[in-house]
Design a protein around this ligand. Structure first.
Ligand code: PHE
Ligand code: ZN
Length: 850
């Protein structure tokens, strides 16, 4: 953890390990302060490797003894691992180490959470459990014996045998150490079964702490739906007799795809109507699917090295997005994904942390589980599929599974499959993996003699380490509409490969209106000087649901920017009237209408201003957004009650897309209503709510208008026993606080008896919310920056991974005025200068300051 000089690892330096592992036997004797791990590993020289240096990773381990072929050896130890002289041929390595799970606050390796033992090994946590070649290209069959006085003892694979105080597990599928898992505790299960497409019976379990058994049914249903979907859509069947899911309260990420034993942050699996919002249900369904889909894309076919992380993550995110589109509404899912991409990936790719989808160097791999690797990585798969077509994509995936099952692969392997299936050369396409930054796409149009010409120019601004950019392959989906709103050219895919390129559409009797980048067919910043009239036309007539939404989004952004910069006194009321007509159309999906009511976030507006060369002022952005919402509510006043009635759900609560859509629209309307009635409707909804979606949206409406004191007290009293609901209580008070109060509110809440900095969910509830309160965090006096820096420094000493991730709240610092920049730079420098700062946070702040 506390290396003197952090080392940089390069993709170009990859060499295979000198030894292969035949099999691994582990015996783990559990004890909070003195857990003993005994290993027996059969090694054999790897014929593919030159280097015979026998180095095993190991960190924070006490070595008790080691033997080779039964004879005691004395390896050379360092704080990274050990080195030993070994025989020329195959040999057996045995060792015993001692570790202390109770004092592991980094939540990596073997640790304890509320009295239960659990592990987290991705990416490099197995080296904190025993000495091992902890790299994904070393794959082995594991047999694990667990000893401890716990009713439930779990590991990967199938159960072999068990007795009083012990259990043995065997995983027949060779796997890298990062997929190892072990769980022990006083847990209860929600059991079920699944019959696979070939008729095999699989036992399914969701394991939780006693008291949480009522919150498993939804996750189980999502798991079975995912298993069926992967069979039907990708032809992938489950491959063990049992599939276990465990919920833990203390977890750095969302969930982990350990073979046959997925471990979940309890926030990403536990659900009930009373305690979870519709958004929570949708996220849980997606994460269950994501981890399950990893069984093939990640586990059966894994990554050669951590630079290839997007091989499993981009593809698996893409697969879970297809699943959600099939289970729910495809356009709604797509719009949500683009909102998220712009909120999280674009700032990353346009700032100091920008890196390629496949990075070429790192100091700490944990810092590269990013929106770029995951979400941009998924966009790249989506583009590839758009370019080759659905059928060819399906063929390529079948070939990928056939050819690479059981292997640790690279992006080259992945692209070669597509080249072999299509006969295409994907050399240029591969730039999506190596070139960082968001391409900007300019569009110009011309109409002459019945021919409409679109001319595109692409340009990617320089990013750290990459000054020159080459043109990328851009799939641009385009449709043309006649001035009366008929579609004269249906969606057509243009394939742009040059820096500048034109495309003609002939045989047109009148000048059409172009709908460009339908479905957001490439992750670019579209620069199009469309007129307000044209955008209003597309909002009314575009047949592509994404682009109708996008036209409205652009109108919203233009209107807000005009008031921020003082170009207009208030919102564009003609547009707001047109939008109201669309929102009143009862034939439209309520979820889609709710999306039309969303405004660009204040951070997104700051980025848009910055891109136009205007220094964003967080206070004016906040004021303009508030004024906009107030005007809109007043303008639509007469229609709100009727619209609200339409969103009422009378049937019993179901977390499906249909009901969720109605509630989402209802929540937006309630927020508007609250600005007019002093919160009466919101208070009534809060008092009568029988589900968390209704209760929480009422609460946030009340906070926004400053009328939530009694509701917040009632909420706390009702939910103080439920950690996940209390995370919401902590978060909303800060996220929706008036900017001038956000820092004080966060400070106050850290004194609350239920604040626990060691629990990542709770820490994020408070400080993620602070960073998300744009004008509150960017307070002119720098108090937001100082407070976050103070807490990140404190957290770093306990949990470097979560601290480092949250440092990215500062990544946009160069957007702002000189005074704010200086204050953010000072906060970052203070973090950087902290004695003993982790490698994780050191790398993050250095890149941001660099
Ligand atoms: N591999 C996990 C996923 O995407 C994420 C993860 C990474 C979890 C590292 C824990 C630690 O599903
Ligand atoms: Zn994943």
């Amino acid at each position: 953890m506390k290396d003197a000089a952090p080392q940089t690892v390069y993709l170009a330096d990859y060499t295979p390990f000198g030894y292969g592992v035949e099999d691994v036997h582990l015996t783990v004797r559990l004890d909070p302060g003195k857990t003993r791990v005994q290993s027996r590993i059969r090694f054999a020289p790897n014929p593919e490797a030159q280097d015979r240096d026998f180095f095993l990773h190991g960190e924070e381990l006490t070595l008790l003894w080691a033997k080779i072929d039964g004879a005691a050896v004395t390896p050379q130890l360092s704080d990274q691992g050990l080195r030993c002289t070994v025989p020329d041929g195959p040999f057996i390595w045995e060792a015993e180490v001692e570790i202390a799970p109770e004092s592991n606050t980094a939540l990596e390796g073997l640790y304890m959470s509320n009295g239960m033992y659990c592990t987290q090994c991705e990416a490099e946590g197995f080296r904190k459990i025993t000495f091992y070649p902890d790299r994904p290209d070393v794959m082995a069959v594991f047999t694990v014996r667990i000893e401890g006085p716990h009713p439930v003892l779990l590991s990967n694979g199938n159960p072999v045998d068990s007795g009083e105080g012990w259990a043995e597990w065997h995983d027949p599928w060779p796997k890298p150490a990062y997929l190892f898992a072990l769980v022990a505790g006083d847990l209860v299960n929600h059991p079920d079964r699944f019959t696979t497409m070939s008729g095999k019976e699989v036992e399914l379990n969701i394991w939780v702490r006693p008291g949480d058994e009522g919150k498993c049914a939804f996750g189980m249903q999502a798991l079975k739906a995912s298993m069926r979907w992967d069979e039907e859509v990708y032809g992938r069947e489950y491959d063990l007799d049992i599939f276990n899911v465990v919920a833990v309260d203390d977890f750095n990420m969302g969930a982990m795809e350990n073979k046959g034993l997925n471990i979940f942050n309890s926030a990403a699996v536990l659900a009930s109507p009373e305690t979870s919002t519709d958004a929570n249900f949708e996220r849980i369904e997606a994460i269950i699917a994501h981890e399950y889909f990893h069984n093939w894309t990640g586990n059966r076919i894994t990554c050669r090295d951590w630079f290839q992380l997007c091989l499993k993550e981009g593809l698996t995110v893409y697969r879970d997005s297809e699943f959600t589109s099939d289970m729910r509404s495809a356009p709604v899912k797509r719009i949500g994904d683009v909102i998220d991409l712009r909120a999280r990936q674009f700032p990353e790719d346009q700032g100091p942390l920008s890196h390629p989808v496949r990075p070429e160097s790192f100091q700490e791999i944990n810092n590269f589980y990013t929106a770029t690797v995951y979400e941009k990585g998924a966009e790249v798969i989506g583009m590839l599929k758009r370019l080759v077509g659905d059928e060819v994509y399906a063929k390529a995936l079948t070939l990928y599974f056939d050819r690479h099952d059981g292997q640790a692969c690279t992006i080259e392997d992945w692209l070669k499959v597509f080249e072999d299936v299509t006969g295409r050369d994907l050399t240029q396409f591969k730039r999506w993996y190596s070139q960082s930054g968001t391409p900007h796409l300019q569009v110009a149009e011309r109409f002459e003699n019945g021919t409409f010409t679109l001319t595109f120019k692409q340009r990617t601004p320089p990013t750290p380490g990459q000054d020159e950019k080459l043109p990328q392959v851009l799939p641009i989906a385009v449709g043309l509409l006649s001035p009366s709103g008929d579609e004269v050219v249906p969606t057509t895919l243009l394939e742009m490969t040059e820096a500048e390129q034109s495309f003609d559409f002939g045989g047109l009797s009148e000048r059409p209106v172009a709908s460009v980048l339908r479905g957001f067919s490439a992750p670019v910043v579209l620069e199009r000087a469309a007129s307000r009239q044209e955008r209003l036309f597309l909002l009314a007539h575009d047949t592509d649901p994404f682009n109708r939404w996008e036209a409205n989004r652009a109108l919203a952004q233009e209107s807000l920017i005009a008031s921020i910069t003082g170009a207009e006194a208030g919102p564009d009321t003609a547009w707001l009237s047109a939008l109201l007509e669309v929102v009143k159309n009862a034939a439209q999906d309520p979820a889609y209408r709710a999306l039309l009511l969303g405004l660009p976030s204040q951070s997104e507006l700051a980025q848009a201003l910055h891109q136009r060369g205007v220094t964003p002022d967080p206070d004016s952005i906040h004021a303009a957004a508030e004024a906009h919402r107030q005007t809109r509510a007043e303008l639509w006043q007469a229609d709100l009650p009727m619209l609200a009635r339409e969103t009422e759900v009378t049937a019993p609560f179901r977390p499906d897309a249909e009901q969720a859509g109605k509630r989402a629209l209802g929540s937006s309307l309630l927020a508007m209503q609250s600005r007019l009635d002093g919160g009466a409707a919101a208070q009534a909804q809060f008092d009568g709510a029988d589900n968390m979606t209704a209760q929480l949206s009422a609460l946030t409406s009340l906070i926004t208008i400053g009328a939530a004191d009694s509701a917040l007290r009632a909420f706390e009293k009702q939910w103080r026993h439920d950690r996940l609901v209390m995370d919401k209580w902590f978060g909303v008070q800060i996220a929706y606080a008036p900017p001038a109060m956000a820092v004080e509110m966060a400070g106050l809440l850290t004194e609350h008896p239920a604040f626990d900095m060691k629990n990542p969910n709770r820490f994020r509830a408070v400080f993620g919310a602070l960073a998300g309160n744009h004008a509150g965090f960017h307070r002119a006096d720098g108090a937001g920056y100082d407070q976050l820096a103070d807490w990140l420094i404190k957290l770093d000493a306990k949990n470097p991974q979560t601290a480092a991730r949250m440092c990215s709240a500062f990544q946009t610092w160069r957007r702002y005025d000189a005074d704010r920049q200086a204050r953010m730079r000072a906060a970052l420098t203070r973090i950087a200068d902290t004695p003993g700062l982790s490698r994780d946070s050191t790398e993050m702040v250095t890149r941001m300051l660099g």
